[in-house]
Structure formats: structure tokens, C-alpha cells
Design a protein around this ligand. Structure first.
Ligand SMILES: [Zn+2]
Length: 65
């Protein structure tokens, strides 16, 4: 292997979640409370939706299923 210089870019793995449009709204599938949409920041590794009541994150994919 001679391409060590490329490794730095792949050290951090950010899950490639489908991100909702800003201003989107969703109700929690568990408790039906309105969830908070997180900002799509490069340093944020979590899922886009956050339910305060359940203290749980949801992805778009999980809400559709
Ligand atoms: Zn909830």
C-alpha cells in the first residue's frame, strides 16, 4: 500500500443519513410529540430527529418504515 496520504480523510466516519429540509416537522413515532430537527453539521454524528420526551434520536429512514 503506497497511498498513505489519503488515510487522514477517512479516519472519521460520519453516517450518511438522509437529512430533512430545514423547517421540516415530524411527530415522534413512539409518543407523538413534536420532534426537534437537528442541524446538519459536519461535526454532528447523530441522527436528524430528536425527541425530548423519549430522549431518542430517529433517522428519516426509521420514520418511513
Ligand atoms: Zn418521543
Amino acid at each position: 500500500m503506497s497511498n498513505d496520504q489519503n488515510l487522514d480523510n477517512s479516519v472519521k466516519f460520519r453516517p450518511d443519513y438522509q437529512w430533512p429540509e430545514k423547517g421540516s416537522e415530524q411527530d415522534c413515532p413512539r409518543c407523538n410529540s413534536a420532534m426537534q430537527l437537528q442541524e446538519n453539521l459536519s461535526e454532528y454524528y447523530g441522527k436528524p430527529w430528536w425527541c425530548h420526551a423519549c430522549q431518542w434520536q430517529f433517522s428519516e429512514e426509521e420514520l418511513k418504515s
